[in-house]
Structures are given as structure tokens and as C-alpha cells.
Write a protein of this length. Structure first.
Length: 264
């Protein structure tokens, strides 16, 4: 897997996360919460260290899943997985949801913790439409594989808490490292929390905004490489992504593909 272009997006998200550090120094809200999601919440701040992982539904610990990076679709050899990264975003996520709905497609949304915290209504809309959630860390640091295990843990576990709280209690089912920056530690940690590490086979290159036609052409050319396709609904103007999805989804159906979720 290649690292995403667009470190400017990472910089903006990281700045937003760092910007509330001062608030964290003055509050111990996170240590008083047993919520499993976040580096920051509205009105709170960034935890100095990851809070203790909360239990899963019904008070039980989440079931551990495989820590190998998954690409396969639960729909078999002719299945594809649509994955949407970096949101939710108040402009683009509703448009992506509309295109998915119009085509009867379910997708996996890999959410950045700060974005989920800022837009819980959109997280709940994603869940209500039958899509799945994926932990994409707190600040989308594509270099996190070169940082300490404590840092990796904070990025993954705090984002899990933030997404789960924003969703109203629905936990992420997958973990996708920003830019593919997985480590054995991060994969094992995510798997222990019931989040299967999630890769991709087809990078649509939509983040680079090469034009709708180029995005469509990339997907059509590379879908034979594997079932998991990467798009984005945040990090800048995603109008080309929305337009490309309107073309790509019907085309995939015409080619005999069905839409599923990554295997767990």
C-alpha cells in the first residue's frame, strides 16, 4: 500500500488535535468517562494518555479478531468493498451518502476521530443507513508507524472512543492506518479491540483531485487487483469523488460485481 498524498490534510487535522491540548491540561474529563472513543470531545480536550478501553456491548469485552490486514470481501470473488476515508465532513459526507443510497450500496467509512467528534450527526447518519465504521485514528498521522507504541495506542484507542460516542454506541469494526502506516503493534492492538486491520487494493487517487474521468479510469483499470477500493469524503473539495462514484458504482454493477463489506 502507498502512503496518501496530501499531508496538508494531516497537518490540518493534527493542528486541530494539538490545539486543544491546553484544555486537556486543565481538565480530567476523560479520566471520569468510561466512553470508548476519543482523543477529544466537544467541550473537553485531549487525554494525556489513552483512557482504559471500555467494554463492548452489554459490558463484555469486544471479541478479538484477526490482526492480519484484510482486503477480501464478504461477497466472495465478485464482491467489492467501497471504503470512504477521512470524514465525516458536513459538505461531502451527505453527498456521498446520497450517491450510495441511490445505488443501493453499503460502504465502510474510515473516520478520523476529530471529525467524528465534530459531526456526530453525520456519524449517526452513516450508521442509520447501514454502513460500517472504521477507526482511522485521531489525527491522521501518516508517519505514526515511526512513533512510539504509546503514541500509536493513544491514536487508535482515543479515536475508537470518539467514534463510538459520536455514533451513539456503535463501535468501529475495522482499523485503517493513515497512509497504510500499520505496525505489528497497531494491528495487534486494533484486533484486540475487535477492529480488523483494513487495507486496500485500489487507490482511486481521488485525494489528488485528478479529475472525475481520471478517478473513474483508475478504478476501472485496477479493480481486477482486488476488491477493496479507496475513496475520500473529507480533506478538501471532494466534488470529483462524488461525481466519480455516480459513474463507478453503476459500472461495477454492470460488470457483475456485488457490494459487500471487508471480511472480519
Amino acid at each position: 500500500m502507498v502512503r496518501h498524498a496530501g499531508r496538508g490534510w494531516h497537518g490540518r487535522v493534527l493542528a486541530a488535535a494539538i490545539g486543544v491540548t491546553a484544555v486537556a491540561a486543565a481538565t480530567s474529563v476523560w479520566t471520569a468517562q468510561a466512553d470508548p472513543t476519543g482523543k477529544q470531545h466537544a467541550g473537553t480536550g485531549v487525554s494525556a494518555r489513552p483512557s482504559a478501553p471500555a467494554a463492548g456491548a452489554g459490558g463484555s469485552a469486544p471479541a478479538k479478531v484477526s490482526e492480519t490486514i484484510v482486503h477480501a470481501s464478504d461477497r466472495g470473488a465478485r464482491g467489492v468493498n467501497i471504503t470512504i476515508d477521512d470524514g465525516p465532513d458536513p459538505v461531502w459526507t451527505p453527498q456521498v451518502l446520497r450517491v450510495l443510497r441511490d445505488n443501493g450500496v453499503k460502504a465502510t467509512f474510515c473516520m478520523v476521530g476529530t471529525q467524528a467528534q465534530a459531526h456526530p450527526d453525520l456519524v449517526r447518519a452513516v450508521v442509520a443507513a447501514g454502513h460500517r465504521l472504521c477507526d482511522h485514528t485521531v489525527s491522521h498521522d501518516t508517519g505514526m508507524d515511526h512513533k512510539s507504541q504509546a503514541y500509536q495506542s493513544q491514536q487508535i484507542l482515543d479515536a475508537e472512543r470518539m467514534i463510538t460516542k459520536a455514533s451513539g454506541g456503535v463501535r468501529p469494526m475495522y482499523y485503517r492506518a493513515p497512509g497504510g502506516a500499520f505496525t505489528p503493534f497497531s494491528r495487534g492492538l486494533a484486533a484486540s479491540r475487535g477492529m480488523r486491520p483494513l487495507g486496500w487494493n485500489v487507490d482511486s487517487k481521488d485525494f489528488e483531485r485528478p479529475g472525475t474521468a481520471a478517478i473513474v479510469a483508475t478504478v476501472e483499470k485496477e479493480v481486477a487487483n482486488g476488491p477493496t477500493i479507496l475513496f475520500h469524503d473529507a480533506g478538501g473539495d471532494r466534488s470529483q469523488t462524488v461525481a466519480a462514484l455516480r459513474e463507478v458504482l453503476p459500472w461495477l454493477k454492470q460488470q457483475g460485481y456485488s457490494f459487500g463489506f471487508p471480511v472480519r
